[in-house]
Design a protein around this ligand. Structure first.
Ligand SMILES: Nc1ncnc2c1ncn2[C@@H]1O[C@H](COP(=O)(O)OP(=O)(O)OP(=O)(O)O)[C@@H](O)[C@H]1O
Length: 606
């Protein structure tokens, strides 16, 4: 954020403050209404108040887009706005000699990006970064841009190629409802919150027609399958099948009306996202036929029943925990829907196998009640995450163009927005880390672009004190010690460590960072990061375990035994696989943690 323009110092003296106040009064008392200012660079003086007053005035006048130099600020109208995204308007921006001279709009950004790809002698790929906090409207905006390109980048010549293009565009648009059904959920901030990040590559041929697309996803919040914060929901698809299944399907999937599932909280609330038919239709267009769809929904129903399985404490460490009486039916139903043999399923949930010693002897250790629950949850997360990845690959194979048929691309980046909940864990840490990276990228490129523009125009300028978030990034990912490295180290050392010890380690090793706040008032062990968008308190309990994301090999092997056609694809038998019993305490564990994988993804992205 620029803090000084047109001669106002960032830390003015008394005289400077008086002048700033006068200028502020003059600006706010101007005759020309504030809502007519369509570029925030015309706001003078630039203060938080003047910028917000300008945006507020435009919002009140139903004007939701405002330029800020080369950036577009989009306000979420939170209501349908007629004609704001009509095909006629798309064509108007597309046909305009200078779209940037029209009213600020997402279509203006879309069109300029399109022309940037087109006009250059050497084709150069372009990307649009859609950023903002959760609920700001990023997914909506990305969807609008995809619709825009589906209209303007489709100008085939013959009728036949017109039909082909239509199919491609329609398929690309159909990827949205499918990915949202499986990857979005209702959170405290947003009824349709994306629980994964995505980068969509819209592929263009030499004639600038859209010939295909590819989707890359980042870090699906798979923990949501088995654990939902209060007042939040599981992924939409679970509600869709429970609410939208026909009587026949209910019978097949064992989903009688009014059945209670502990992994389906707040199902009495009906959202517009509970649209099963739309998802099915879109899946069909993407080439996922009805039998395969039914297979997917049957497996999901199996996971819902799995969530109703409870174990009773055995009271004796040497004895496995047994199923609670009222969970036996859910257990059998789940086993049958997942087409898994009952005894091995039960045993895998109850008993851990450990290899230890020189001879790599195999020990079988009954799990505690809590460990049984963890293994049950792990099984569900494993199935759901593989299913999601498989869907993305199916979508890609349906929409991706042959590399010979495209030369350039327009990228749309829609990552999860900045999050701060009462309870924040590894998911929020990764999400907010990604947002810090984007913010840094944005600031660096925005200021660079502005300076280049000023230089071309021969203007003299003086930038001071823009909000640099490097110190926060150093705290999160810096070398040699950062929050990420400390959490990774705990995973690597694989030593028993309490949440309180992790807090102490972070606080002492990173005490010098101005971005590490104190969580003195917090009862639970935690640490606070002062992000560019505000402070967030992260609970340390469970961080290391989530970062390891351990999958007991017995669970994978069990799923490889399934006779279900879909699970056979998701968990193919691997004859080469070495014996993979859980390593004993002294053995090395894989160092590829959730955080390190996520970091690699971010590096590739930026
Ligand atoms: N331009 C718009 N016009 C009308 N409604 C909108 C618009 N943009 C967003 N909304 C409304 O706001 C809701 C939240 O928007 P969206 O899901 O795009 O947020 P997001 O930034 O992607 O959030 P998250 O990071 O949680 O995924 C939408 O479901 C929709 O109801």
């Amino acid at each position: 954020m620029l803090q000084q323009v047109n001669g106002h110092n960032s830390s003015p003296d008394a005289h400077g403050r008086k002048r700033l106040r006068e200028d502020l009064q003059e600006f706010l008392g101007r005759e020309a209404p504030l809502h007519l200012l369509d570029d925030l660079t015309k706001v003078n003086p630039v203060t938080l108040e003047t910028v917000l007053r300008c945006l507020q005035a435009r919002y009140m006048a139903d004007t939701f887009y405002t330029n800020a130099g080369c950036t577009l600020v989009a306000l979420n109208p939170f209501k349908p706005v007629p004609q704001l995204y009509s095909p006629e308007l798309m064509r108007e921006y597309h046909a305009a000699p200078q779209p940037q001279k029209l009213k600020p709009h997402i279509f203006s950004v879309g069109e300029q990006t399109y022309r940037n790809v087109k006009s250059l002698i050497e084709p150069v790929n372009q990307s649009i970064v859609v950023s903002g906090e959760s609920g700001a409207g990023k997914t909506w905006t990305s969807r609008c841009l995809m619709k825009f390109y589906a209209v303007v980048a489709a100008s085939p010549t013959s009728w036949e190629s017109h039909k082909i293009a239509e199919r491609i565009e329609q398929r690309i648009l159909n990827s949205n409802p499918v990915m949202e059904a499986f990857g979005n959920a209702c959170t405290l901030r947003n009824n349709n919150s994306s629980r994964f990040g995505k980068f969509i590559q819209l592929q263009l041929n030499r004639a600038q027609q859209m010939t295909g697309a590819a989707v890359q996803t980042y870090l699906l919040e798979k923990t949501r399958v088995a654990c939902q914060a209060s007042s939040e929901r599981n992924f939409h698809i679970f509600y869709q099948i429970c609410k939208g299944a026909s009587a026949d399907e209910r019978l097949q999937w064992h989903l009688p009306e009014g059945a209670a599932f502990s992994w389906l909280p707040n199902s009495e609330r009906t959202l517009e996202e509970d649209c099963f038919e739309v998802t099915r239709e879109a899946m069909l267009h993407l080439g996922i036929n009805t039998p395969t769809q039914n297979n997917i929904f049957k497996v999901l129903a199996g996971l819902l029943h799995l969530g109703n399985i409870q174990f009773a404490d055995s009271g004796d460490e040497a004895q496995p925990c047994q199923l609670m009486d009222d969970a036996k039916c859910s257990f059998r139903t789940s086993a049958s829907l997942l087409w898994l043999p009952e005894d091995p399923l039960l045993e895998t949930l109850q008993i851990r196998t450990i290899r230890a010693g020189r001879q790599q002897q195999v020990f079988r250790k009954p799990c505690s009640q809590a460990e049984c629950d963890t293994r049950r949850d792990c099984l569900a997360k494993l199935v759901y995450a593989r299913l999601f990845d498989w869907l993305v690959s199916v979508i890609n194979s349906s929409i991706c163009a042959d590399p010979n048929y495209w030369t350039t691309f327009i990228g749309l980046l829609d990552v999860y927005g900045f999050e701060s909940f009462p309870d924040n864990s590894l998911e929020q840490l990764c999400i907010n880390y990604a947002n810090e990276k984007l913010q840094q990228h944005f600031v660096a490129h925005y200021l660079k672009a502005q300076q280049e523009e000023y230089a071309v125009e021969g203007l003299e300028w003086s930038f001071v004190n823009y909000q640099d978030n490097q110190t926060c990034l150093d705290l999160l990912e810096g070398s040699p010690i950062s929050i990420c490295s400390l959490i990774n180290e705990e995973c690597r050392l694989n030593r028993p460590s309490s949440a309180a010890q992790l807090q102490t380690r972070i606080e002492s090793a990173l005490a010098g960072s101005p971005c590490l706040g104190h969580s003195k008032l917090s009862r639970e062990p935690s640490f606070t990061v002062l992000h560019y968008a505000g402070p967030v308190r992260y609970r340390t309990a469970g961080l290391v375990e989530k970062n390891k994301d351990p999958v007991p090999p017995e669970l994978t092997r069990l799923l490889q035994q399934s006779q279900d056609p879909l699970l056979k694809v998701l968990f193919p038998a691997d004859p080469e696989e070495k014996s993979q019993e859980e390593p004993s305490g002294q053995s090395r564990v894989p160092v590829l943690t959730v955080v390190s994988k996520f970091k690699v993804g971010l590096v590739v992205l930026t």
